[in-house]
Design a protein around this ligand. Sequence first.
Ligand code: AMP
Length: 188
Amino acid sequence: MRIILLGPPGAGKGTQAAKLARYLKIPAVSTGDILREAINNSTELGKKALKFVKSGGLVPDEIINEVVKERVQHTDCADGFILDGFPRNLAQSSFLEQILKEQESKLDVVLYLKTFQGEITSRLKKRKRLDDKADTIRRRFEVYEAQTKPLLEHYTKQRIIKNVDGNGTVDEVFERLKAALSNEQEIK
Ligand code: AMP
């Protein structure tokens, strides 16, 4: 299955993507994790990405698109993958569609984790990431509203989006995600 996990910052996408990956035996591809690792190791990618990640802005499409292209072409993604943090805007979603078309594959489902603002903010405050400072958090929400949210409409039109209640414990949310996926398999 080729899955996208969508949702605002702090919705728990990373945690759920890792759990789903173990459950479905396909890799979770987290662009945030890839960028943070590159930054920690001071690679060329890390050096280019640092200022964007630190400020809460988006790393330019031409940089992140190539990272994702290379990653999903890796053999471990042959049977599917879970994308966490990509696409972040409509241009990235078009790029993804193009890569998948070249592979003669397509997306199966977009899982949208819907969460209350309060829950999100308290989760973010508990983390200790370089982009979890108050100003940066604000910027990440602005970017989400302006650039990422239009993806909801895009995938709704394609009829591949599933809304999942992202409030509650990690296990509760995971059960809901599994239920959304099992409905998906029944329909197919
Ligand atoms: P995340 O862990 O998904 O919240 O991502 C952390 C940060 O990495 C974001 O605030 C962006 O600066 C950068 N980032 C992650 N994914 C992308 C993407 N698909 N496009 C551009 N920037 C990204």
